[in-house]
Design a protein around this ligand. Structure first.
Ligand code: ATP
Ligand code: MG
Length: 392
């Protein structure tokens, strides 16, 4: 019965020239999301609205599901079109509509007509009254309530007449691409995919980097990260995943630096390498899944130490989140089951029994000097030999 969707979006902050950018980005993202859905769709922007018209048979649930994952959409209204063939036809359609959408019938409603086409022979007020009357005649259990109705039937008179009453909540946020691009440090854990999802929700496009350490970390650990990137890209759109072979750097750190500082020094090299790729790929910041106090390398002292090696801002959307709240989001975005698969990521192999929790930046810098002879070459090789995987 539904042949189209009216897409509602929050309009705050999207005035003037920004509005075009916002709408165009939203249309792009909707197109990307619907590419994966069976059926053909045409997208239309008119008068501050976006319509998705089905131009072939389509699966309603699958389509709504795809639209629900697009950032920037606040609500999705399934629409029925009627040709303007007189009031009689319009009345029949709305009766049909009520029968199908509200079979229980015992609801309160109001009709809210809008004429985008002023040459329609009735004004909005009379359409409201007449159609309201028609509904009451056919559904004696229904009642009109103009102040606080269960349902509001919107009837828009345009070229055709559009009827809708339901709004399915969308993701909210901003369309991906309106907020620049950031480099996500994506591990196989629970946190970083959630961090990527959250920053992307603010309109930020993602690029990702994963550090692996074969043979200490397996091919399956890498596959897990690829899978996670795919889940995130359902929301964030396609991204490139840079896979860095980190083994030789880790071994060098292991050999030349105090073991209680391994994690922190390793994390500093991850940040440096991530930043190099970020600058190359026009990213405006780095994103991690860190949260204060979660592990030794995430105390505020440790964060100073990982922060000081990069110039770009490091965004940490989860910084004040409890683990359970992060888990809740990861379940919602479908990454949880993959994140908990038990494959070692590179950090767990080389961790010390008692890592420093309050690293002194000066001391760390001193110990990093032990790497001076080899590190530049190792970093260069790691960058040159990286694998880039296109995540669609
Ligand atoms: P996560 O659940 O995201 O793995 P975590 O709680 O295990 O996080 P750490 O291992 O300390 O925390 O890592 C902190 C952050 O550093 C991660 O959220 C991620 O952004 C980044 N990171 C850690 N290991 C890697 C890796 N192998 N490749 C890419 N980024 C990583
Ligand atoms: Mg981890």
């Amino acid at each position: 019965m539904f042949t189209a969707f009216l897409i509602k979006y929050a309009e705050i902050g999207v005035k003037g020239r920004n509005r075009y950018m916002f709408e165009n980005a939203l249309v792009d993202q909707i197109r990307f999301a619907l590419d994966k859905v069976e059926g053909e769709f045409a997208l239309r922007k008119t008068q501050g609205r976006i319509y998705v018209d089905a131009v072939s048979d389509f699966d309603f649930d699958e389509t709504v599901d795809a639209l629900k994952k697009v950032f920037g959409i606040s609500g999705i209204c399934p629409v029925v079109y009627v040709e303007d063939e007189g009031f009689e036809k319009l009345s029949e359609t709305i009766v049909d509509y009520v029968k199908k959408v509200y079979p229980e019938g015992n609801k309160t409603f109001k009709v809210c007509a809008r004429r985008a086409r002023k040459n329609y022979p009735m004004d909005s007020m009379s359409i409201n009254c007449e159609l309201g009357g028609v509904i009451l005649d056919h559904f004696p259990e229904m009642k009109v309530d103009v102040h606080n109705p269960d349902f509001e039937f919107s009837v828009e008179i345009r070229e055709k007449i559009y009827i809708y009453s339901e709004t399915i909540p969308g993701q909210g946020g901003m369309p991906v691409g309106t907020g620049g691009k950031a480099m996500l440090l994506l591990s196989g854990g629970i946190d970083s995919p959630v961090a990527g999802y959250m920053i992307s929700k603010r309109g930020v496009k993602l690029e990702a980097v994963y550090f692996h350490a074969p043979p200490y970390t397996s091919e399956r650990a890498k596959q897990k990260v690829v899978d996670l990137a795919k889940y995130v890209s359902v929301y964030s759109g396609p991204m490139k995943l840079h896979v860095i072979n980190f083994t030789d750097i880790q071994l060098a750190i292991y050999e030349k630096c105090p073991h209680d500082e391994l994690t922190i020094i390793m994390r500093r090299y991850m940040m440096r390498i991530a930043e190099t790729i970020a600058k190359e790929t026009e990213c405006l910041g780095l994103v991690t899944g860190e949260s204060i106090g979660q592990v030794a390398s995430q105390t505020m002292q440790s964060l100073i130490s990982t922060n000081e090696v990069c110039e770009l801002p490091v965004y940490r959307p989860l910084i004040a989140f409890d683990k359970q709240d992060i888990v809740d989001i990861s379940e919602k975005i479908n990454t949880y089951e993959t994140s908990i698969q038990p494959f070692e990521d590179c950090c767990t192999i080389f961790v010390a029994k008692h890592p420093v929790t309050k690293p002194n930046a000066k001391v760390i810098r001193g110990h990093e000097k032990n790497l001076d002879d080899v590190i530049d070459e190792l970093v260069k090789t790691a960058l040159e030999t990286r694998e880039i995987i296109e995540i669609e």
